[in-house]
Ligand binder design. Structure first.
Ligand code: NAD
Length: 460
């Protein structure tokens, strides 16, 4: 089945999230009819007020509503009609802190989400994509699915998506116009992916595609794999731990020392986790995870500093060979690669850098280096940096070799030959703990006397 092209969107909940979010969708997608419903008559009346005295104030919101209301944006209390007509439904109801019962004062009250979900099931006569927009604990999508499936009419199929909102009040319109990213979680089934594509296509009307991140619903669960978050959301930590334990990378492979993260997604996923913690009102958890990202940055800085310190406190005018540019071996992917940061640091110390990577194309390297030093014109970068065709060529006349990616071929280099072409004393800094330090020492290399700087979390 091809992804549905959505033309009718409903939003249940005309609050701080549902109102601005869906008004912006109406503005950016004139071909889509957007209806926002709420049980609260006064709120809906205010959204419909002739003089635009809207129920919430956000800079820029009135202007958006003025442009779309009555054109392709409608506000109503007729929830049933809205459900029947829509192809895609955002559930954007409130999830306040529970006032009584289990988790009172801490846990989110999911009663409104459940009631809205039950109403969709009761009223819908055609298939729908249901998007969970409210900030809800992990596994809520699963509960919604169970409720919808148990109560649906024959022939009605429901796809559930998770699409958490990161807007901040006060800057909601701006945040919606230019989101850092849009996150969509879906089941990884054919239907799930189609539903995901349908929602992504809506955002793609104004959000660059690279910023629309689609992940499996279970990725959301993994992201939630923290006891504090589980406690706050009422999730079962044992189940989450079990799901995470299924990942073969968790274990020794996860704890390989390295210069910075060993996965291009780590940083973005942990940053998402920081956001999630913040939206769950867990500032300590957010700070903890932010620190993990900072620690990895620190590891890279520490590595560059070690190189400078070891080369007699200056690398100005010296040539440094950087072996590897990809973020890990066996890929040409350079996103978040440690090499980029290291080379930027060497450049700013006014060293000359020779780069060799077996897979990364030259164009990509220039692109990444250009982006890493926005204040330096690319011509200037090119005066300092040379891209080489082999490891041997990169190391010729260099005073130090930095191994930034654990390409197997770097292990198999004829290091004696490399040594003979380098300036002396010749140093090796193995950021991936790849080569046999003892063997290099015997050849005459320096740099392995101290334990090479290393860091956390590397996934192969
Ligand atoms: N406000 C923010 O900055 C922000 C940011 C990100 C995420 N969130 C999350 O988004 C969700 C919504 O937040 P909000 O600030 O818009 O809440 P809100 O209280 O302003 O709005 C929710 C609306 O849903 C309506 N509602 C509840 N049940 C309904 C039902 N069954 N049918 C129709 N309408 C119903 C309520 O009447 C209310 O107007 C929450 O989960 C919140 O945590 C909020």
């Amino acid at each position: 089945m091809a992804p549905v092209k959505v033309t009718k969107v409903l939003c249940i909940g005309a609050g701080y999230v549902g109102g601005p979010t869906c008004a912006v969708i109406a503005l950016k997608c004139p071909h889509i009819t957007v209806t926002i419903v709420d049980l609260n008559q006064a709120r809906i009346d205010a959204w419909n007020s002739p003089d635009f005295k809207l129920p919430i104030y956000e800079p820029g919101l009135e202007d958006v509503v003025r442009q779309c209301r009555g054109r392709n944006l409608f506000f109503s209390t007729d929830v049933e009609k809205g459900i029947q007509e829509a192809e895609l439904i955002f559930v954007s109801v409130n999830t306040p802190t529970k006032k009584s019962g289990v988790g009172a004062g801490f846990a989110a009250d999911l009663n409104y989400v459940e009631l809205a979900t039950r109403q969709i099931a009761a009223v819908a006569t055609t298939s729908k994509i249901v998007v969970e927009k409210s900030t809800v604990p992990c596994r809520t999508a699963e509960s919604m699915r169970t409720i919808l499936e148990a109560n649906s009419k024959p022939g009605c199929h429901f796809d559930i998506l998770s699409n958490p909102e990161f807007l901040a009040e006060g800057t909601a319109i701006n945040d919606l116009f230019k989101p850092d990213r849009v996150l969509i979680g879906s089941l990884q089934t054919e239907e799930g992916k189609d539903a995901c594509a349908a929602l992504a296509a809506i955002y793609a009307n104004w959000v660059p595609e690279a910023q629309i991140l689609t992940v499996g619903l279970c990725a959301f669960s993994s992201v939630n794999a923290l006891s504090a978050i589980c406690e706050a959301t009422g999730a079962n930590i044992d189940e989450v731990a079990h799901a995470v334990g299924y990942d073969s990378r968790v274990g020794p492979k996860f704890l390989k020392a390295s210069v910075g993260f060993g996965g291009s997604c780590f940083q973005k996923d942990i940053l998402n986790l920081v956001y999630l913690s913040e939206s769950l009102h867990l500032p300590e958890v957010a700070a903890y995870w932010r620190q993990v990202v900072e620690m990895n940055e620190y590891q890279k800085r520490r590595f560059s500093k070690r190189v400078v310190d070891t080369l007699f406190n200056t690398i100005t005018g010296k040539r440094i060979a950087v072996l590897g540019f990809a973020f890990k071996a066996d890929t040409g992917d350079t996103r978040e690669s440690a090499a980029i940061t290291l080379i930027r640091d060497f450049q700013s110390e006014r060293a000359f850098v020779n780069i060799y990577d077996p897979q990364v194309v030259e164009e990509q390297i220039w692109l990444d280096l250009d982006e890493a030093s926005p204040a330096v014109p690319l011509e200037n970068i090119k005066k300092q940096v040379k891209i080489c065709k082999s490891a041997l060529e990169a190391c010729r006349d260099a005073e130090a070799v930095v191994i930034a990616t654990e390409w197997k071929e770097f292990k198999e280099i004829d290091w004696s030959e490399v040594y003979s072409t380098m300036k002396k004393p010749a140093f090796v800094f193995d950021g991936r703990l790849l080569v046999d330090a003892e063997k290099l020492r015997e050849i005459g290399f320096r740099g392995h006397h101290h334990r090479p700087p290393c860091s956390l979390m590397k996934i192969r």
